[in-house]
Design a protein around this ligand. Structure first.
Ligand code: IFM
Length: 472
């Protein structure tokens, strides 16, 4: 393959985009929906940029038909969205709210009518507040509640949706929600991070069982991780150990039990001062280790780490927001460094080689599991020009670079089945509120008007033809 030829993707490669319920739906108090931890967190002064909340967001709850039409117009083949737990089961336990389920049924039907494959994520961080009030993810009971919720949604939508993801990025739920506190519910308790991680893993295992008990045999069930691509600053043993520690905490604490049936020994050793891990009961790891149909990977940027420098006072710069409290349980003194190179508006360095690394790693680790990129994309400070157009060449270059990495991986034999661009719409970027724009479709947050950016048209061209043009 020479660099001036287009890259041709396999004919059945799935081209999609992704969003999440709290980030786009709005309608926070409608049709029986109750507060999730993100409603509470975003209303807590000082937690989210400029006090932004998801109350209205992109108003997708009311405008979903327009959004589906837009996807079809762009020729996108798939759409990954998440279900708001507190919209379908307001207290996180007990009977479902039919209106909530009907919303997602209509959305799935609307997508199918236009030839867009729906892919459901059950949990993208918006835990019903009632469950947090009962202790949240550090409580084992939350995993049981998730299984009940998975059963409800699986039963309601299993006749039309074949692609199911239990959890999105459990690392963020556990480490940012209960460790650094930069995400909801904003707790900063070291052992709670480990407990939450375990109970999220357990929720996944129980959730897969619950889904399998109600879904037709052709349904595919998986999970989405955001594994770290941790690069040691130098070849020194200390820096390599720092990379190993961060990999254990961000990646292997989840992939260990989910993909391989057990927590890694080095992780337990590194965190021994924070916990004796007695919350892991006999049989848990086997239960978490359910057979899966695919693995979802989210990738944005790599991370550079080193051993602590004696006496140095370096601000932690792990790319996950700033907090006094380190989420890196047992490895709090590992130093994070800014890699050189161009950055997105999140300050994340642009480096598609990290994506290539990730794909090769998981092909090696789980050779029989098909892989999907369930998120990849970039925030830039997009501006609409006087003619109402949004030119975002930086995003096109980012996507081109990362899709090139995906294609190269496929050429090398990695079984990548699809790519979901993050994100369809500009949306509520968690603690950054609406200040970061990840969409290929611009959203005016005053009028809620949608305008496809140049990148949307570019991506439509790639998706429609299955060919990535040479050069960008
Ligand atoms: O917006 C988030 C998404 O909810 C989860 N993955 C990372 C994205 C960008 O930060």
């Amino acid at each position: 393959m020479t660099e001036n030829q287009p890259r041709v993707f396999p004919p059945d490669f799935l081209w999609g985009s992704a969003t999440a319920s709290y980030q786009i739906e709005g309608a926070a108090r409608e049709d029986g929906r109750t507060p999730s931890i993100w409603d509470t967190f975003s209303r807590t002064p000082g937690k989210v940029h400029a006090g932004h909340t998801g109350d209205v967001a992109c108003d997708h709850y009311h405008r979903w038909q327009d959004d589906v039409r837009l996807m079809a117009e762009l020729g996108l083949g798939a759409y990954r969205f998440s279900v708001s737990w507190s919209r379908v089961q307001p207290t996180g336990r007990g009977p479902a709210v039919q209106r909530g389920l009907d919303f997602y049924r209509s959305l799935a039907d609307g997508l199918l009518e236009r030839g867009v494959v729906p892919a459901i994520t059950l949990y993208h961080w918006d835990l019903p507040q009632d469950l947090e009030d009962a202790g949240g993810w550090p409580e084992r009971e939350t995993a049981q509640r998730f299984a009940e919720y998975a059963h409800i949604v699986g039963e309601a939508l299993g006749d039309r949706v074949t692609s199911w993801i239990t959890l999105n990025e459990p690392f963020c739920s556990a480490f940012l929600g209960y460790g650094s506190g930069v995400h909801a519910p904003g707790r900063t308790e070291s052992e709670a991070v480990l407990k939450a991680s375990h109970h999220l893993n357990l929720a996944h295992g129980l959730g897969v069982q619950a889904l399998r008990s109600v879904l037709p045999r052709n349904a595919e069930v998986g999970i989405t991780f955001n594994p770290v691509v941790a690069r040691p600053k130098t070849d020194s043993p200390g820096d390599q150990d720092a990379a190993r520690r961060i990999d254990a905490l961000q990646t292997r604490i989840f992939t260990g039990p989910v993909l391989h049936g057990g927590y890694p020994d080095d992780l337990r050793r590194d965190t021994a001062r924070a916990s004796d891990w007695s919350f892991v009961r006999d049989g848990d790891e086997a239960l978490i280790h359910q057979p899966l149909d695919f693995l979802g990977l989210n990738y944005y940027t790599p991370t550079v780490v080193s051993a602590p420098t004696e006496g140095a006072k370096i601000a932690r710069n792990d790319g996950h927001g700033s907090s006094e409290h380190s989420p890196w349980v047992g490895s709090e003194d590992v130093e994070f460094h800014l890699a050189p190179g161009e950055r997105t508006d999140m300050g994340w360095v642009i480096d598609p080689t990290g994506l290539a690394e990730l794909l090769t790693r998981f092909q090696r680790e789980v050779p029989n599991l098909p892989l999907y990129i369930t998120e990849n994309g970039a925030a830039f400070d997009d501006k609409m020009d006087a003619a109402g157009a949004v030119h975002d060449p930086d995003r096109i270059a980012y996507l081109h670079g990362h899709l090139t990495a995906v294609h190269q991986a496929i050429e090398q034999g990695v079984d990548v089945r699809g790519y979901f661009l993050w994100s369809l719409l500009d949306n509520f970027e968690w603690a950054y509120g609406y200040s970061k724009r990840f969409g290929v479709v611009h959203v005016d947050f005053d009028t809620l008007q949608r305008t496809p950016k140049a990148s949307a048209r570019w991506y439509a061209g790639v998706a429609g033809s299955g060919r990535l043009p040479a050069g960008g």
